[in-house]
Design a protein around this ligand. Structure first.
Ligand code: AMP
Ligand code: MG
Length: 396
């Protein structure tokens, strides 16, 4: 058994380069950008009118002109217009290119218009209501850096620079593997001694949130079945996420079969609760990382978030940032095990506060719907006090 921190660092040290793939911009939400995106032109690309109204030459106003004749219109989408008579004005609309020979825009709300004559009712500052070319970003500037998580805002920015196909970090090929003779499919009615599978389904859905379409495999507690199943799975995947079969039971064959298949055991058992019997290994030839979680649903769920997600981020070169929450109750950690306690969080006075949820051990699947993450508490003599900041592992 190794300490939690050591297990965590070991898992991260087995992160792998998953490569890069090109995807359509519209399919890139949630992915990690694998290239710098540059502005293909200035932002905005021309002096942009920001108010509906008129454009004038400020010099005319300064020289005492009080009534401006409207000589035409410039709307968004029209090529740049030009003011012919410098003492006149052009009607302009938001989004239009500022006409040549004009330098100031006055909004309709500050004008009195009679036929084609305009009187300005408010003090004017030269250059007002113009969004100047290149004032946001100039052509060639990096506007999104490699490693950025892509969401709707990023997609909008990339759309505006014409990046319709982009390089993103490739997704790992993942197989979720459930083990156990007691397990039946969701659509089956279990016999009294059986239960329905849930771990592999939870894992598949959690992975789908990252865009990963994982395959699924079920293995009975039989060495030959496990060996054959794993042999294949190792060849076809970058990651195996197993649940069950790694504890002390007579039918917990996973560690033994992994050894037969030439998988390097990095560690087995971690000083943590839940999730203690966690087995982690790596197959050098196939370049496959194997996360073999204990079968209790809370253990599988916790370890997926504690280990697999940081492993994936590291593989994608995305920095890991800890989130902290404040304790609502005092807690004491007596046993020499790193504890992961399910909590419900809520915002109060500008900070996220965590209240432990009632749970009946790591087999209590139903507790998972009451919590939105785990707090991580290292064992220590001193009590964890109300209001203390502790690490939070979100699961939603
Ligand atoms: P194991 O780690 O194989 O000893 O399993 C520990 C407990 O978790 C047992 O009660 C199993 O029935 C249960 N379990 C194992 N795998 C699953 C799964 N895929 N879905 C739900 N429960 C499971
Ligand atoms: Mg089992």
């Amino acid at each position: 058994m190794i300490p939690f921190k050591e297990a965590y660092d070991k898992v991260l040290s087995y992160s792998m380069n998953l490569g890069v793939e090109k995807v359509n911009l519209m399919n890139s939400s949630g992915r990690i950008l694998a290239e710098d995106i540059k502005a293909d032109r200035d932002f905005p690309p021309f002096n942009r009118v920001t108010k509906d109204g008129i454009a004038i030459s400020y010099a005319a106003l300064a020289n005492g002109v009080t009534k401006f004749r409207m000589e035409g219109i410039a709307s968004a989408g029209m090529p740049q217009q030009c003011l012919k008579d410098e003492n006149a004005c052009l009607e302009v609309m938001t989004g239009a290119v500022l006409p040549l020979k004009t330098d100031t825009v006055i909004m309709y709300e500050h004008l009195t218009i009679e036929d084609e004559w305009v009187v300005i009712n408010k003090a004017v500052t030269q250059g007002q209501n113009i969004h100047y070319q290149g004032s946001d970003t100039s052509q060639g500037t990096v506007i999104l850096k490699k490693g950025h998580v892509i969401g709707p805002a990023e997609i909008g920015v990339m759309a505006s620079v014409g990046a319709d196909k982009i390089n993103v970090q490739a997704l790992p090929r993942v197989c979720t593997i459930s083990t156990g003779d007691e397990l039946v499919n969701v659509n089956e009615t279990p016999e009294p001694h059986q239960i329905r599978k849930s771990n592999s389904i939870t894992l598949q859905v959690a992975l789908s949130k990252l865009g990963i379409v994982a395959s699924a495999l079920h293995l009975k507690d039989d060495k030959t079945t496990i060996r054959k199943g794993l042999e294949n799975a190792l060849q076809e995947n970058d990651v195996l996420l197993l649940s069950g079969g790694v504890s002390m039971g007579k039918f917990d064959f996973i560690p033994e079969v992994m050894d037969v298949l030439g998988v390097e055991k990095v560690f087995h058992r971690v000083a943590q609760r839940p999730g203690k019997p966690f087995w982690f290994g790596f197959h050098e030839d196939h370049n496959t990382a194997i996360f073999s979680f204990p079968g209790n649903p809370v253990s599988t769920f916790a370890n997926y978030h504690i280990y697999f997600l940081p492993w994936l981020k590291t593989s994608w070169n995305v920095p890991i940032q800890n989130t902290f929450v404040r304790l609502v109750e005092e807690l004491q950690i007596n046993l020499p095990l790193t504890r992961f306690i399910q909590v419900r969080t809520r915002w109060k006075d500008g900070a996220l506060h965590a209240t432990p949820v009632s749970e009946n051990g790591s087999g209590d699947l139903t507790s998972l719907v009451k919590s939105d993450g785990f707090i991580c508490l290292e064992p220590r003599k001193a009590i964890y006090k109300v209001g203390e900041l502790v690490i939070f592992v979100p699961t939603r």
